[in-house]
Design a protein around this ligand. Sequence first.
Ligand code: UD1
Length: 430
Amino acid sequence: MERIRLVGGHALSGELPISGAKNAALPLMIASLLTEEELVLRNVPRLADVRQLNLILENHGTSIEPVDSDPGFNGMGGQTLRFNTPSITSTTAPYDLVSAMRASFWVIGPLLAREHEAKVSLPGGCAIGTRPVDFYLDGLRALGAEIELDEGYVIARAPKGGLVGAKLRFPKVSVGATHVVMMAATLANGTTIIENAAQEPEIGNLAECLIALGARISGIGTPRLVIEGVEKLGGATFEVLPDRIETGTYAMAAAMTGGNILLRGARAENLRAALDVLELTGASVTDEDDGVRIIGPNGPIRPVDVETQPFPGFPTDLQAQFMALMTRSAGVSKIKETIFENRFMHVAELARFGADISVDGQVATIRGVNELRGAQVMATDLRASVSLIIAGLAAKGETIVNRIYHLDRGFERLEDKLRACGAEIERLDA
Ligand code: UD1
């Protein structure tokens, strides 16, 4: 099994290119199922989750072809892929394909909208809480779908003439449920209004892509999305937005190591809350023409309290990375996780570096220590694993991160990018 070895103590410096966002690429790829015409996506990151979703889409009849290699900055640019689904060849998404990644469940929206039926296995993904799908199912029911659960599968059927526009309100903000109901509503008869919709930039990216395909959507970036159904969608070429979670992750790594890096291609407006918090720790954050520059604190890292919130609040997907940073603060900080109930699995692993963290329910208290020491650690989920890399970059001596397949699901060429900025990091084969 592959591992990552790193030796801490090097301040990151230079330029680090930001990839296309995993959490935008996945729904955009899934949206290609809505149309029989071609969707060309640019800046798709080369990630295990993207490869897994390709398999799932192929199972439904999509052909996927790379257009050209788009090597971009230092050979680290994204790829361009063409998606064509002239007809849906299967409306079933089987367990063995769906169980590896929660977002694959989202095919239920397009399959139901276009074919009026779908049979999709209940999802898997990172073990960061129970992550039910009740909001998705209630949303689809509001559009007229009949839904039953059978042996681990959700079986959904639209009314005879197809889904019907409706007004619905999610009880709690859900990124996935917003993606799915928005996709389904594009082909429904009549108008759908989604209240309490997620406002994450990835929702906006999907909505813009659907509009490019011919959908009628307004209210992007607000909690109220209005979707007027159309008979069919056409083709488009569209670009995946830069990854705000990757941006925030490397921003924390720069702050942690007292570095100075330009996060090339990053868009500060998509992670303002996290960058504001970073400034409170003493780091400097500057918007530049071609990205965001982070300079580590000139002095001790100041402790800051944080509570995760849906966008535009502090993202849960940066909680573990921020906790790694706080392990080295000159004081005590508290982090409250409000989105997922079981997202502190990195605490035990960070303790191996000598971090002082205690957890009480949804709140972690982090007492900064003077020094972290390199350790053998285990990646537990996607974002947690990268918090161990951040700790290792600042720790004294050698760190080995085991089970790094979690990292490959969401971080493109992590070790190459960090090495180019002066980190001592390599991938070991066994
Ligand atoms: C997406 C992101 C993930 C991020 C999360 C929150 C992708 C591929 N994944 O996940 O990286 O951490 O948003 O920003 O984009 N919930 C229910 N019932 C439902 C659906 C959700 O109770 O039917 C709950 C969840 O358990 C969780 C909360 O709602 O507590 C938010 O989850 P949601 O926004 O749906 O997360 P995902 O879309 O799975």
